[in-house]
Design a protein around this ligand. Sequence first.
Ligand code: PLP
Length: 222
Amino acid sequence: MSIKQNLQNIKTLLPKHVALVAVSKTKPVNDLMEAYNAGQRIFGENKIQEMVNKYDTMPKDIEWHMIGHVQSNKVKYMASFVQLIHGVDNLKLLKEINKQALKHSRVIDCLFQIKIASEDSKFGMTSKEASEIVKSETFSELKNIRIVGLMGMATFTDDENQVKKEFNYLKDAFENLKLIKADNYQLNTISMGMSGDYQLAINCGSTMVRVGSSIFGARSYH
Ligand SMILES: *Cc1c(COP(=O)(O)O)cnc(C)c1O
């Protein structure tokens, strides 16, 4: 099936309140343009340099989301245009994003990545660590970032109950963390669900799904 057809099929399954991030990592600009021409405007990449290259050549009404692990020293390359950074899991990174956003007189929206998978390899923090950051004095001084939600990646497994448990955990964390009040903190987004599990994620409260291979086909490398 074509990229356009894949997109249309997925969109018919998404409730109105759920945003679709088309995960285009490793895919050529031609493929992204096919999705763009079918109306898609949110694209997710996991490498900063690749995202910058695509940003440079593609139409400027695209929302670029950084969904991968972010190294502090590379934030500067995307600070002028990135719409949402999904993978923020420490205060040092948040301070660097704030610093670079300030240089461009912007406020950059971010999600806290919460570790929900049982695997060691996934990045993320506990919801306790998230709440400590939000309540810290340092955080209150970061005027050029705004935390708008949480992101999580479930364990890579066929065990649907396990995945469901992890999604429910993130939803609970969201409801609890939402109660904290701060100027640069306004939780409204739960980024969870990928090609294999986005429908389950939506049933568990996701408001933003990150779908790659179901739109663009399998990737030959990660
Ligand atoms: C690659 C990736 C996705 C998309 O994965 P698919 O299974 O191809 O839909 C979603 N989220 C993150 C963080 C990713 O790195």
